[in-house]
Design a protein around this ligand. Structure first.
Ligand SMILES: *Cc1c(COP(=O)(O)O)cnc(C)c1O
Length: 495
């Protein structure tokens, strides 16, 4: 059955999957959502025997219905290959009674790789299908993880160029080194004098500049976005929830049809929404536990039904979850508003004008599967230390937020349902915070000394992504002011 994509903000005509991927955002500013969530009609016994790539095909073909089998398999095989350091792609680790779904075995050791490894291929295939002749220029503002994962995904992909802007003094030393050492003639990394919001605002301005778009078109270029609201990022994330259920079944940890719970460390609400889609496809998922750090807008929302971003922005040691506007939540709001675009658009307008909105009791009743959880900095650090001392397993700071929130949930509810915790980054990416949590004495060590010490105490190999940057040459040293972003883009494109 054909699945089309409609906007969350108006009843304009729905588009095909490849068009939604190319556009990223609908013209009315809404997000694209599938007009139905397809059912996965494959017996668990059969799913249990499938590789990650085979599972990916079975899931994605139901959403991306205008892709041919050959096109989709080609995208999948190019994405999920030896860039990942395990054939399983997304392995499960059983630790202290829970199952950690390790989503950090890709090129940049964060879960963004799961979708950004395939997005470049989905995008170039979509361009070909829609007879786009221009070269696609990906523009991204990053606070750290997305930029590197997008660079790695798009490097040397024919028909694309990628430009990443990051706040010069606003990312971790390892994150910066990862980006400025990026290879690939089509990549360009620019540090700006400003914060992440400045970078983000600058990029949005370039996207909506009609004059610039015309000028670009005349020279054979057009912009596109790799940001997490693209449906081409959401759908690939559904795959690993299906795969983790099949893995638990294959390993005899659950019986056929047994319900599991899922815990997701959440920022922009993309990852947990993918779990919700997997549930709607027919995977027996009970509770979706949405874990926040001290920026607990979502926790408060699930408690009260009011989404309120009017609060202090807190910098934590889980920076990828330091978000006050969770963009992908709009897809859920649209759904619980009965797919009423007008009603959703009103709430989103209130969010942008007053910084808050309140949903009705009727809408709230449809959120019963979601549980809001959170963990403070102290709870997150204590969780890293406890789990390490008890089991020798080292969590990154984001996963630790989820793990701590899960521990609190079990204490409060006594719910013993088998649980998958999304593990979104390797501890090697946040070495200093992680090692300090284990023992404050580590704070006096240098960054790479800490890496070696983490390897020693956790008995794990240093990931290739870290080894590569140890002595890598800096290839990008462009710095600009926040009002010079347009000229930086033009200079790189030679226009
Ligand atoms: C992006 C990110 C998250 C948040 O994921 P969302 O899909 O934005 O909710 C959590 N952990 C890490 C390490 C991330 O990079």
């Amino acid at each position: 059955m054909e699945v089309l994509y409609k906007s969350t903000r108006s009843d304009s005509a729905p588009v095909k999957a490849s068009e939604a991927i190319l556009k990223g955002l609908a013209d009315d500013g809404g997000l694209f959502v599938p007009d139905q969530i397809p059912k996965l009609e494959i017996p668990f016994a059969k799913l249990a025997g499938m590789t990650y790539q085979e599972t990916a095909y079975e899931v994605m073909k139901l959403f991306f219905t205008d892709f041919t089998e050959e096109e989709l398999k080609n995208c999948i095989n190019k994405a999920y290959d030896s860039k990942f350091d395990t054939e399983k792609i997304a392995p499960l680790a059983e630790v202290d009674g829970a199952y950690y779904l390790e989503l950090y075995h890709g090129a940049t050791i964060a879960f963004k790789d799961m979708a950004l490894s395939i997005l470049p291929y989905l995008l170039t295939t979509s361009a070909r299908k829609n007879k786009v002749k221009n070269e696609i220029v990906i523009l991204t503002a990053t606070s750290g993880d997305t930029g590197k994962a997008a660079l790695a995904g798009f490097a040397d992909v024919e028909g694309t160029k990628i430009i990443v802007f990051y706040p010069k003094n606003g990312v971790s030393p390892i994150q910066e080194k990862q980006m400025v050492t990026q290879k690939g003639a089509n990549t360009h990394v620019v540090g700006i004098h400003g914060n992440f919001d400045d970078a983000q605002t600058g990029v949005k301005k370039l996207f909506s500049d009609k004059e610039l778009a015309k000028e670009m078109d005349a020279k054979g270029f057009q912009f596109s976005s790799a940001n997490s609201i693209n449906i081409g990022r959401l759908v690939p994330q559904v795959v690993y929830y299906v795969y983790s259920y099949a893995t638990l079944f294959a390993q005899g940890k659950i019986s056929e049809g047994e319900t599991i719970n899922v815990v997701v460390p959440t920022g922009n609400f993309g990852n947990i929404l993918a779990a919700f889609y997997a549930k709607n496809m027919g995977i027996p998922i009970g509770k979706l536990i949405c874990a926040s750090n001290d920026n607990k807008v979502l926790f408060d929302f699930f408690q009260t039904g009011t989404y309120d971003r009017n609060r202090e922005f807190i910098l934590t040691s889980s920076p990828s979850m330091d978000i006050l506007i969770s963009s992908n939540l709009e897809r859920l709001i649209y759904r619980i508003a009965g797919e009423n675009a007008g009603k959703n658009a009103e709430l989103m307008k209130a969010l942008s004008q007053e910084g808050k909105y309140e949903i009705t009791e009727e809408m709230k009743a449809q959120l019963a599967d979601f549980v809001g959880g959170y963990a403070s900095e102290e709870e997150c650090f204590a969780q890293i230390k406890n789990l390490y001392e008890k089991c020798g397993y080292v969590l990154d700071t984001h996963t630790a937020v989820a793990s701590a929130a899960y521990t609190k949930y079990v204490k409060e509810t006594g719910d013993q349902t088998r649980t998958v915790i999304a593990s979104t980054a390797s501890p090697y990416k946040f070495t200093r915070s992680v090692m300090k949590a284990i023992d404050p004495k580590y704070d006096s060590m240098g960054d790479f000394e800490l890496v070696d010490e983490l390897s020693r105490i956790s008995n794990t190999d240093v990931p290739k992504a870290i080894e590569e940057i140890r002595d890598a040459k800096v290839l990008h040293d462009t710095i600009c002011e926040k009002d010079e972003m347009e000229s930086a883009v033009k200079k790189f494109l030679g226009i």
